[in-house]
Design a binder for this molecule. Structure first.
Ligand code: AMP
Ligand code: MG
Length: 331
């Protein structure tokens, strides 16, 4: 299908009518952006190769970057992937929720996940989401749903309806206006090998959450060999270059502060009260707003306060490092 063709993007309400319509579109091979507890997702039927192609084309996503597949319940997870004790334990502690597990795919998985959704790998990343809108859509569709973040590949992730609209109006079939996403960062991705787990991408579920629940974690050096396709150095980029760990902005910079914005400084606060979870929720939307503000104020760079590397702060810092990767050559 030719995606340069302009589509009429339906704006759906966060109610039964909107959810019904979104499910009908997904079942017939279309793309719908919906809110999840982590970030907005761009949803398609994971058993339909044409629908999955549309995701890759619309996002400009390299085909080697596999998608996370979302299902309604444990039974659906283990119809698709091999069962193991750690996966079952993790599932009972953290699902439904912001956790993705990379598991070994069954050869005859049912329903059959299309190869292009998982870049032809023998493993598959699965999640049972908690957001009520996503759960209702999964139940109504009765299908596994591929849902990468609803943004152009490599650019800022979207956590607000208006940002999804500005990225995808005229390019996808529908968007559900479900307000801001409560967590604001992508799911924690973990890989299970033998009796250990490794964190491939940090998120709301932290290393401490896993350790406190008696899961043992393999440190990075040992986990090096694990293939984690699509984890590019440069990712989550706003248009404006970033300068990390800045105490104060220079004259030509805006400030993204942690804590109140200092007097006379132009910028946005991630959290006035230095709450790390609030900061995570506001991260991507603040960067989107700062991109606009940079044009209005004629500023060249966004300076960003140091963010405490605790709890979800680890995930914020991981995202910021990738978001600043291209800018870091400029300083
Ligand atoms: P996103 O869709 O932007 O949330 O990114 C999903 C990420 O999940 C990808 O970038 C991959 O790093 C990761 N992923 C998906 N499937 C696998 C897999 N089978 N093995 C390892 N990582 C995976
Ligand atoms: Mg993404």
């Amino acid at each position: 299908m030719n995606i340069s063709k302009i589509k009429k993007t339906e704006i759906l309400s966060n109610n039964e009518i909107g959810i019904d319509r979104a499910s009908t579109i997904i079942k017939s091979g279309g793309l719908v952006a919906i809110p999840t507890e982590t970030v907005y997702g761009l949803c398609a039927d994971a058993t339909n190769p044409d629908a999955i192609n549309l995701i890759y084309q619309t996002k400009g996503r390299p085909p080697i970057n596999p998608l996370i597949i979302h299902v309604f319940d444990n039974k659906s997870v283990f119809d698709i992937a091999h069962k193991n004790k750690i996966a079952e334990d993790l599932s009972s502690k953290f699902w439904p929720g912001p956790l993705t597990m990379v598991l070994k795919k069954k050869i005859n998985n049912k329903p059959s996940i299309t190869k292009n959704a998982i870049s032809g790998l023998k493993t598959i990343a699965l999640r049972i989401p908690a957001h009520p809108v996503f759960r209702k859509i999964l139940k109504k569709c009765n299908l596994p749903i591929a849902a990468p973040s609803a943004n152009l590949s490599g650019k800022l992730t979207t956590t607000r309806f208006e940002d999804v609209l500005s990225n995808f109006s005229g390019k996808i079939d529908a968007i559900i206006d479900g307000g801001p996403c409560p967590i604001g960062l992508e799911s924690t991705i973990i890989y299970i090998h033998e009796k250990n787990i490794s964190i491939l991408r940090p998120g709301k579920i932290t290393e401490d959450d896993l350790l406190n629940n008696d899961f043992s974690i393999t440190k990075k050096s040992k986990a090096k060999k694990i293939i984690s396709p699509g984890q590019l150095n440069s990712h989550y980029c706003p248009k404006t270059p970033l300068r990390l760990n800045a105490k104060m902005p220079n004259l030509n910079e805006l400030l993204l502060s942690f804590g109140p914005l200092p007097k006379g400084i132009v910028g946005i606060s991630l959290s006035e009260v230095s709450d790390i979870n609030e900061a995570a929720m506001n991260l991507y939307s603040s960067l989107a707003d700062l991109d606009e503000l940079a044009i209005i104020e004629n500023k060249k760079t966004i300076a960003i306060h140091p963010i405490p590397n605790k709890g979800i702060g680890v995930a914020i810092n991981e995202r910021l490092l990738r978001a600043a990767y291209k800018s870091s050559n400029k300083f």
